[in-house]
Design a protein around this ligand. Structure first.
Ligand code: 0A1
Ligand code: ZN
Length: 860
């Protein structure tokens, strides 16, 4: 069965400027949990007074219109029409010159379980307006190209009342805020509650003193210091690296417990999921700290890339998101290890974006159609959007990139811009024609790049010809794919391990293209796609011995890690197919981990085996149907082999990597813990869990606790530790989220769905909280062989919960439905069960537009 998608498709090609100019927005909020009143005054003027048009405002079903006036007068009701999610005032009722439209509406924040618009989280009022949440607050032209200054008054007895911009008045029960920077409605925010701040200040390089606050619930202050440090570093970095200064007198961050996404860049008032603000050594892992630093930076960087320059329409989402991710990745590289960050980013890209790009949900970084924009906050828009900018930078060089960005900020400050505007600044700043490059924005799918080598020895010196071919498989609605510009960074390594040609960037523009290197004394080994210079799937013929050689000698850390990865995957694929496995990987890893001159974080990355999903993807890309159980078994046996072969070395490393002294979340200590934990995961396979139990008992930090617990759970142990963790942290929501997620994730696959099911029956499975829901459902989906259990138990469990969540919070249901996005890769039995689960969801009466669009695309 296929379900037809709704008629509500939006097309990029249909863009029209809004027919009215909005210059200022004044609002008053009289806050009440069940009946908040919102008074809105819009200063409007027709864009073309000689061509009168109706005024169409967006407004959700929950917005009750109580009064409406135009220049103080009530219009004839025949001219005011409410249909679906819009309010229309016919042209005949509107002045031909500027006018004031005033409305009063009533909304019920307490009934808002979808967390879009104004809602209540833990007795605190807060908002989420991106992408189209503002229309659940008042009637408004809720689109990013309509920008206005905002003046906001909040009436409430709650002690802390915040909105965008600068505070302009505070009195008992009232606060007034003025935001002088014109902004679209999606950047609006309001917070009211009993909050306390960790405060500091930052003086910009031109001397503006900015008051900084991180607002949290009373009692959480001691976990907000790291967020503040990260904010200060971000502000400094954006000045130093991009020349961007902050532009208001205050910058507020608020942590909320109920939040659909990670965080939100509202002008001057960033709202964060509390898991991306609150951290202490006892409750947060090294990974959490790194992510907090990155997301604080991401949201702060949006002040220029997103807020000062916003998007013309939602099709251009990657204009702000791709660029801001790229900037936060650069920031993390500068704060920590650039090599490690690049490897982590590529791993994440492959796990999330390649997966998306190879399945039914594939779409270009700039889509040209959507039904529900919230379904397009994807890895393709964010992470591939960032990769495309990385390629641009590589092609135009660092100086060209800087000139283009300066031009972008100068030319487009205050604009709602497009991808065309963005590419034009690069063309104008560098003189390059980017017509072909633009395909990266408009075309979906991951190109397959093949490299073939032809070596001609000669007396005076040999010649190496490299022939590349590129091909991009068809994706939904895009069958014909033209060749793209692919920057291929490569270097040549001589037989003795010395680099004979340093990194250079070949620019591939044709479907098939050769590049020749001559004057080579001996046949070199090619180190290709250094730094992962393009988001492609590379294939080349390479034996395990040459991979091991690259793992030992490559000067490019990414390519070096990649050689080890390929070696591991080759072993795992052979094992999962019941074929003989070479010793190259196990031996090469032994040499690498014994090398104390190598960065511990790098060694940890090399020592961690590819995940089961990654192995499945590799098999699928080779045209083989992945068998989740065989993959699980192969991975287990290789891990055991590694542990047995290198027992002494690993045991010594485990001791050597102990971190002494108080916990510090910096890169150096985190690197040692990551290597130690990777070693622990291997050793637990043969020591009966002894080390993990000891570590769990003695450590005071969450990084080691959760690593020890995970290692134990994977072996079917860890029950006492689970109880201990629960007893210690039952009151801490963020730790309890970890507790809920680690159990289905690390459970032996045959038990995973049952583990998830019994957790879902607990009273503290507060499933309407997005973090808790994601913890459990996402935890099971991350257990590859568990979610894809042959009996369909994983699919059924997840489908049941998506159906339950959908009417409560459609965004979360739709987002979590991506657990199914790879379902067509598997065998007929699994496919039938997954399809049945998806069809059950599709058949639900009144299913949200969000989930319907996702499910329809997956079963189309
Ligand atoms: N712009 C935010 C992401 C975001 C998007 C939608 C949200 O609610 C539906 C919330 C946040 C960012 O990139 O961080
Ligand atoms: Zn963003």
């Amino acid at each position: 069965m296929t379900t037809t998608t709704g008629q509500n498709v939006q097309f990029l090609a249909d863009y029209r400027p809004y027919p009215f100019v909005l210059s200022s927005t004044r609002m008053t909020f009289r806050l009440s949990a069940t009946d908040t009143r919102v008074l809105t005054a819009l200063s409007l003027a027709p864009r073309h007074p000689d061509r009168p048009e109706d005024l169409v405002l967006d407004g959700g079903k929950g917005v009750r219109l109580l009064s409406l006036t135009i220049d103080g007068a009530v219009p004839d009701p025949a001219h005011v029409r409410r249909e679906g999610e819009t309010l229309t005032i016919t042209a005949a009722a509107l002045p031909r010159h500027s006018f004031l439209l005033e409305t009063e509406v009533g909304i019920d924040p307490s009934a808002n379980t979808a967390f879009e618009g104004l809602y209540i989280s833990n007795e605190m009022f807060c908002t989420q307006c991106e992408a189209e949440g503002f229309r659940h607050i008042t009637f408004y032209p809720d689109r990013p190209d309509v920008m206005a200054t905002f003046h906001v008054t909040i009436d409430s007895d709650l002690p802390v009342l915040l909105s965008n911009g600068n505070p302009v008045g505070q009195s008992q029960g009232r606060a007034e805020w003025h935001d002088p920077w014109p902004k679209p409605s999606y950047l609006f925010a309001l917070v009211a509650g009993d909050l306390v701040a960790v405060s500091d200040s930052f003086t910009t390089r031109s001397g503006r003193k900015v008051a900084l606050n991180v607002w949290v619930r009373p009692g959480d202050q001691d976990r907000a210091g790291f967020a503040m440090e990260s904010l200060i570093k971000s502000m400094k970095w954006d000045e130093d690296v991009y020349g961007r200064e902050y532009d208001l007198d205050v910058f507020n961050i608020v942590a909320v417990d109920d939040f659909n996404m990670g965080a939100m860049e509202n002008k001057g008032l960033n709202i964060f999921n509390s898991k991306l603000v609150l951290a202490s050594p006892e409750t947060a892992t090294d990974g959490d700290y790194e992510r907090i630093e990155a997301v604080i930076a991401h949201e702060y960087f949006h002040n220029w890339t997103g807020n000062r320059i916003t998007c013309r329409d939602w099709f251009q989402l990657c204009l702000k998101e791709g660029l801001t991710v790229f900037r936060d990745q650069q920031f993390t590289s500068d704060m920590r290890s650039a090599a490690v960050k690049r490897i982590e980013d590529v791993q994440a890209l492959r796990a999330r974006q390649f997966r998306e790009d190879q399945g039914p949900l594939a779409h270009p970084p700039r889509p040209d159609r959507y039904e529900e924009i919230n379904n397009f906050y994807t890895a393709t828009v964010y992470e591939k959007g960032a990769e495309v900018i990385g390629m641009l930078k590589r092609l135009v060089g660092d100086d060209g990139y800087r000139r283009a960005l300066d031009l972008y900020f100068n030319r487009h400050d205050g604009d709602a811009a497009t991808i065309e505007d963005w590419l034009k600044v690069f063309e104008d700043a560098t003189g390059r024609d980017l017509t072909q490059f633009k395909r990266w924005y408009t075309d979906a799918g991951t190109p397959r790049l093949t490299m073939a080598e032809d070596w001609q020895p000669a007396e005076a010196g040999g010649t190496l010809a490299l022939t590349f071919t590129q091909e991009t498989p068809a994706t939904p609605r895009q069958t014909e794919k033209l060749p793209r510009v692919i920057p291929i960074a490569l270097g040549l390594i001589g037989p003795n391990g010395d680099e004979v040609a340093p990194t250079q960037v070949l620019e591939m523009t044709e479907a098939k293209q050769s590049f020749t290197f001559d004057g080579l004394g001996a046949r070199p080994v090619v180190s290709v796609l250094r730094g992962f210079s393009a988001p492609v799937i590379l294939s080349r013929r390479l034996d395990d011995a040459t991979r091991a050689f690259l793992l030992a000698h490559d000067t490019d850390p990414f390519a070096r890690w990649e050689a080890g990865r390929d070696l591991a995957l080759s072993a795992l694929i052979a094992a999962s197919q019941g074929q003989p496995v070479t010793r190259d990987y196990v031996e090469a890893i032994g040499r690498l981990i014994a090398d104390d001159s190598a960065d511990p974080a790098f060694r940890a990355l090399c020592l961690s085996l590819p995940g089961e999903e990654e192995i499945a993807t590799r098999l699928f890309n080779q045209g083989i149907t992945p068998d989740p159980d065989a993959i699980h078994a192969a991975r287990e046996s290789l891990a055991r082999d590694l542990a047995e072969t290198h027992l002494d070395l690993l045991s010594r490393l485990y001791t050597a990597m102990t971190v002494e002294g108080p916990y510090r979340p910096d890169a150096a200590d985190a690197a040692r813990r990551s290597l130690r934990n990777a070693v622990l995961a291997l050793l637990t396979r043969i020591d009966g869990g002894e080390r993990a139990e000891v570590l769990f008992g003695v450590t005071g930090n969450m990084t080691e606790r959760i690593a020890a617990l995970t290692a134990l759970l994977r072996r079917g142990r860890g029950q006492a530790e689970l109880t201990a963790l629960h007893d210690l942290f039952a009151d801490n929501r963020l730790v309890m989220d970890k507790w809920f997620s680690v159990q289905p994730m690390a459970a032996p696959p045959a038990q995973a769905a049952q583990v998830a099911r019994s957790l879902s029956q607990r009273k503290d499975f507060d499933w309407k909280n997005p973090n808790r829901f994601r913890a459990l459902i996402g935890g099971l989906s991350a257990n590859h062989a568990g979610f894809h259990a042959a009996d369909g138990s994983g699919y059924d469990f997840v489908a049941d919960w998506l159906m339950r969540m959908d009417p409560v919070n459609p965004q979360i249901a739709a987002r979590m439905s991506t657990a199914f996005e790879t379902w067509t890769r598997y065998d007929a039995g699994r496919r039938a069960k997954a399809l049945a689960a998806l069809e059950r969801i599709a058949a639900v009466q009144g299913l949200s537009k969000n989930t319907r669009e996702m499910v329809s695309r997956m079963i189309a």
